[in-house]
Design a protein around this ligand. Sequence first.
Ligand code: RTP
Ligand code: MG
Length: 147
Amino acid sequence: MTHTQTERTLVLVKPDGVRRGLIGEIIRRIEAKGYRIAEAHLRTADRDVLTHHYEEHKGKPFYEPLVSFMSSGPLMALVVEGNRVIEGFRSLAGTTDPTTAAPGTIRGDLARDWGLPVAQNLVHGSDSPQSAQREIALWFPHIHQGH
Ligand code: RTP
Ligand code: MG
């Protein structure tokens, strides 16, 4: 396999991950995979940043519970760098629903259930290069992305 592509993605350790003391375990898995933490910032997100972050979900039934959950305590925002890390981190995280996320993934191993009314699934990862660029600019506005 010769296809290599160094990328950056935006990862959030969501408030459930911070509350449960899993920042270290999640970063350990990211680093063990060979990715590099390029930026890190612990903060409680306000509704303004979350409105922009989740604009694709506006109007969906889980939108308001999602914004409330995501602003319920500190979260850890990370810029993670590595070979094809956008797709790779999504794979490391597992599918959205922790119940069916594969064992070996962050959500499959560590997240417990849907945590109704909204999935409390420990992490977020950008889903495309366009999302990654937009989300890194949103969470780390001082970074120059060079394109
Ligand atoms: P994320 O954006 O957080 O990385 O997760 P994702 O791509 O796997 O899932 P997405 O469809 O983008 O949904 C964003 C987050 O909203 C919550 N959610 N709850 N039906 C539900 O109750 C529901 N659907 C989505 C989850 O926290 C999900 O990660
Ligand atoms: Mg998503």
